[in-house]
Ligand binder design. Sequence first.
Ligand code: ADP
Ligand code: ZN
Length: 724
Amino acid sequence: MSPAEILHHVFGYPKFRGEQEQIIQHILNGGDALVLMPTGGGKSLCYQIPAILRSGVAIVISPLIALMHDQVIALQQYGIKAAYLNSALNFEQTRNVSRQLSKNELDLLYVSPEKLLTTRFLEFLNQTEIALFAIDEVHCVSQWGHDFRPEYTKLSILHQRFPTIPRIAVTATADDPTKKDIITHLGLENAKIFTASFDRPNICYRIVQKQNAKAQLLEFLQTEKHNNDAGIVYCLSRKKVDDTAKWLAQQGWKALPYHAGMDKGTREQHQMRFLREEGVIIVATIAFGMGIDKPNVRFVAHLDLPKSLEAYYQETGRAGRDGLPANAWMAYGLQDVVMLRRMVDNSEADEQHKRIEQHKLKAMLGYCEITTCRRQVLLNYFGEHLATGCGNCDTCIEPVSTWDGTEAVRKALSCIYRTEQRFGVQYLIEVLLGKKTERILKFQHDKVSTFGIGKELNNEQWHSLFRQLIARGLVSVDVEGFGSIRLTENSRPILRGEEQVFLRKDIGKKHRNKAYSRSSQWRSFTGNEKILWDALVNKRSNLANTQSVPPYVIFHDSTLEDIVLQQPQTLAEFANLSGVGAKKLDHYGKIFIEILGEHIIKYGIPVADKPITATIERETVISESAEITIDLLKQGTNIQDIVTERKLKYTTIYSHLSSGIETGQLELEQVITDLTEQEINEIEDHFLSQESLEALKPTFEHFDSIYNYDVLRCVRASILYRIK
Ligand code: ADP
Ligand code: ZN
C-alpha cells in the first residue's frame, strides 16, 4: 500500500495535511527528519505511517509514561499493532511485549528514554529489525524550555549505534535556541527540517483586563456555553490551582486540580478523568499538559500571564486539536506585569539567560497590549506573516481604539519623580487623584506639584495606564521587591515633550458579555438533531466504558457531527466520513448506523427541511414553512430580518432558501450576496469534480472551512437546478 492508501484505509482521512506526505516519503527513503509543527498539526501520522510501511518495528521514544497506554490504545483502535514498555509495567506484561517483539508482531513500540537507555534494551535492539526511531517531544532535550529531561541528551547514542536507521524527531516548540539544541545534541545536522505553519485558525484568542479573575472566568465559561466541555485553566501557583478548582466545583462545574505538589495517585487519577470523561475542567499549573492529545479540549483559560509567547502558544494550543472551534482566553492585569518583571529581574540566571528571559517577557507583554490582530503578532513571532487580520481574535472582532495619552503619561512620570521613585502604583494613583490618605499626609505628598493633577482619569484608567507603561518598559518595577516604580532611560523623551504616546483604550465592562467563538455545528443542534446527537454521544460513551478507553479514540466529535449532518445509511456511506478507517468501520459502522435508523423511525429524518441527502433524481419537496421564507426574500426582506421575524435558526432559513434555489424560484445571487463570481465558480468546480453531489463535507474541507455549510448548500442547489 502507498502512504495515501494507509491514510485512507487505516485512518479514514481523505487527504494529507501540509507536508505530511513529503515527510513520510523522506523517512521511507531512509532520511532523517526534524518536524516542527504546532500541537494538533498531525505529527504522529508522520512516523506512524512509515512505521506501518517499513519492515521491522518502529521505536517511539516518548517522555510521557502516563499517556503511553492511551496512545497505544488509540492505535489499536485503528487495527495497528502497537505496544509500550516502561517502568509502569509489571514483569508479566513486560515479558508479553518482549514475546510479541521477538515474533516480529509489532509495528510500533513506545518506550521511555530511561528504558531505552538501559543496556539490556540496547542489546535487545541489536537483535531486532528496526523500522525507524521516532523521538517525540524532542524539545525535552533543550535546557531552554521548562520540559527539560536530562536523559534526552543521551539519545545521540541512537545515531552512533544505528547509523543507517532513519530518525524522525518531532516537537511543537520551534524557537531558534531550542532548534539548535535539538540538532546538536542529537546529531541531526543532516536531517531535513520540516516546519509547518504554526497557525491554528480554529482557536479564537482573547484577553480581558483582570478585575476579579474568578468571576470573569465564570462569565467567560457561561457566555461561551462551555457547560459540558473539557477545558484547561492555568494558574501560576499551586495554591491558586487548589482555590480555583474548589471554587469552580462549588459553582457546579466538574473541575479538578492538578499540580506537582499533589500526591501522584490523585494527580494521575485527575488526569485520567480528564481524558476518559466528557466535560471535565482541569485547573492546573504548567506541570499539566505536555502530550495530552485529547482532541476535544474546547478552551484553555489563563488566570495568570505565562512567561513567554512560546509557553502561551503551547498551552493554548492544547485546545481544539480536532480542528473544531475552540477558545483561548486570558485575564491579564497590572499585578501580572509587576510580578513577572520582578521574577525575571530577581532570577538567579546568568546575564545572557536573563537577557533572553527579558526579551521573551517583552514579547509576551507586547502581545497582551497590542491593538491590532493577535494572530498576526503570534505568527510574526514564529516567523510567519499574515497579511490581513484574522477575524477570529478579540481585537479583530471588537477593534480596540487608542487615545493620545501623552499628557497623562507625563503627569504620571513626573509624579513618580516628585515622590522620589519610592512608591508603588496604587500610591501614585492616589497622589494623582488628590487623595488625602494617612500615608500621603505623612510623607507630605499633598504638597507636591503633582498632587491631584490627574482627576480627569479614574482609578481604573490610571491602572491601565501604569500597566501599559510597565509593559512597554517606559518605567520599571524595583528589584528589591517592594513594587516601587522608577523612571527609565526610555521615559526621558516623553518627559521632555519629544515623544507622543498612544495608549490602548481598555474595553469597558459593557462589552465583555459577548460570545466570540464560532461554534461547532453540533452546538446549534436543537430538537430532532439534538436528540440524535445525544444518542450518538451516549453510545460512544458506552462503547468507551466497556473497553476502558477514552471516548475520543472511538470517534472524534467531528465524526459524530458528520453522522448527524450527512446521515450515512449504508456502510459505504459511513466509510466516507472523515475519521472512519477500515477497522473502525468494521467495529462501529453498523452500531452507529443502527442508532441513526432507530432515531429516524422514532423521530423522522433530522433536519427534514435540509436537502442534504438530495440525489439528483430526488423530487424536491418544498415545505410550507420554506415557501414563507422564500416569499419573504422575494419581497425584499433581508436574511437577518427573516431570521428575526420567523424566529428560526440561520441554518433553517438557508435550507429553505436553498430549496428555493434548487426549484428555480430564487437565483443564487439573491441569497448569497457576499461572494465574488470567481469564488462561486471555484466552489462549483469543486462540487462538480466530486463523484456525487451528496456530501458537502469534502468541499467544506477542501476550502479549509472558509465557506460554511449554508453557503455550500446554496451553491450546490444552484447546480442541481441547472442539471435537472
Ligand atoms: P500532534 O501530534 O501534531 O499534536 P496529532 O498527530 O495528534 O497532532 O494529530 C492531531 C489530530 O489530527 C489527530 O486527531 C489526528 O488524527 C488528526 N489528523 C492528523 N492528520 C490528519 C489528516 N491528514 N487529516 C485529518 N485529520 C488528521
Ligand atoms: Zn485577529
